[in-house]
Design a protein around this ligand. Structure first.
Ligand SMILES: Nc1ncnc2c1ncn2[C@@H]1O[C@H](COP(=O)(O)OP(=O)(O)OP(=O)(O)O)[C@@H](O)[C@H]1O
Ligand SMILES: [Mg+2]
Length: 378
């Protein structure tokens, strides 16, 4: 889809702003702290109805205001399908309302993915270098966007997990606990199966992108499930096998769980591992990678995400690049630019404090200046 127009009210430092964008996209130029990232955050909010920076909804409301609203007009190109996506949030009662063409879906989750966008930011490096929570969040977002039933299973899993943890803390009887195990295993095995299948099917792409960015270096992405993988990790393992394995493992650790008052096994403890090098020389990027290697892996991972969206949707994603080149050495920066240029995108938004950086895809992009929460074509 193409973002033709966005209206933003009381979101971060945007008071009341409506901007029209051309089909190719825009280069967003502005000094630090003017609202460039906030604008991308508003656009991506309409994709997943959450902040891509991990901020809570109440942090997105302009200081001193009660609610925000973001509204976009998207189209599939001249004469193509059109859609209006809107989201509002009120501090009072923490109410979130989402509409697609004016209609409110039964669940917010049904409306995700309408924009079809990817954001590359300098903080993506956290996915590779940070704690496992960031990697699970990455998996959950992409799989919620492309895998039917994933988000529902995730919500169910979280709910059962919190109930079960409550029971473990309250010293509930084994029978009471067992009553929740079936649900946990059912929802959890769906998550594990989908995660394993996604990683298995995208490993080669990850390695290819990493190699392209790093000038021929090898890298690997590996699913590290909390449930002992039945018969090795791969796209071939069925959900039933994951369920069996999950069940066996729960039985094995239940006594320990009762002592600790916590569910110790399941997708909430999964991880995704990134390696560089090959064979015995391979090292884990999270612990041993240089900042540049970690950044390269993060960019490769986002490119894999874009590929996943293209394949699932059959249309080109909108790409947003927020300061991604900033910390690369000139060779790597050059290769990243080449890669981005070679990929197919629906529309491109790039931010930078300096107009000069837009040699990068931006030659043909219309320039917009962002100044304290306003956006104007140059
Ligand atoms: N809830 C909020 N209400 C009002 N202003 C906010 C809110 N949250 C953040 N801001 C303001 O938004 C500004 C930061 O905007 P943003 O992160 O988009 O900057 P930027 O243009 O991307 O800058 P940089 O080039 O440094 O990345 C800050 O001035 C901050 O005070
Ligand atoms: Mg910024």
């Amino acid at each position: 889809m193409l973002l033709q127009r966005i209206s933003i009210r009381n979101f971060r430092n945007f008071e009341d702003e409506t901007v029209d964008f051309p089909e190719r996209g825009a280069a967003l130029i502005g000094d630090n702290g003017q609202g460039k990232t906030n604008l991308l955050e508003a656009i991506y909010y309409l994709e997943i109805f959450r902040s891509f920076r991990g901020a809570r909804d109440e942090q997105l409301v302009t200081f001193g205001c009660g609610h925000f609203r973001v509204e976009a007009h998207l189209s599939a190109g001249a004469g193509g399908e059109e859609v209006e996506v809107a989201a509002g949030y009120a501090r009072e009662g923490r109410r979130k309302k989402v509409t697609v063409d004016g209609r409110e879906p039964d669940r917010v989750g049904e409306a995700i993915g309408q924009v079809g966008a990817i954001v590359f930011t300098a903080s993506d490096v956290e996915i590779v270098a940070g704690g496992p929570g960031a990697r699970r969040r990455f998996l959950d977002i992409i799989l919620s966007l492309v895998e039917p039933g994933y988000l529902a299973a995730l919500q169910r899993y979280r709910q059962i997990l919190s109930q079960r943890n409550g029971l473990l803390r309250d010293d509930a009887s084994p029978a009471e606990l067992a009553a929740w195990n079936a649900g946990l295993v059912d929802a959890g095995s769906r998550l594990a199966e989908a995660r394993a299948r996604w990683v298995g099917s995208r490993q080669a792409s990850f390695a290819r992108y990493y190699s392209a960015i790093s000038g021929g270096r090898e890298a690997e992405m590996e699913y590290a499930p909390s449930i002992p993988a039945p018969g090795g990790v791969g796209p071939v393992v069925s959900r039933e096998r994951w369920a069996e394995a999950f069940h066996v493992e729960i039985e094995r650790v239940t006594a320990k769980e009762r002592r600790r008052g916590l569910t110790l096994v399941g997708p909430h403890r999964d991880d995704l591992r990134f390696w560089v090098g090959a064979g015995p020389e391979a090292m884990q990027l999270r612990t041993f990678g240089s900042a540049g290697q970690q950044r390269s892996a993060a960019v490769a991972l986002r490119l894999v995400e874009a590929e996943t969206l293209r394949a699932a949707r059959g249309r080109l994603p909108i790409v947003m690049l927020d300061d991604v080149l900033a910390e690369f050495d000139p060779q790597r920066a050059g290769r990243v630019v080449e890669l981005f240029t070679a990929e197919e995108w629906g529309q491109v938004f790039v931010t930078s404090p300096k107009p000069s950086e837009f040699a990068f895809m931006g030659d043909s992009l219309a320039e917009y200046r962002v100044v304290s929460g306003t956006v104007r074509p140059v």
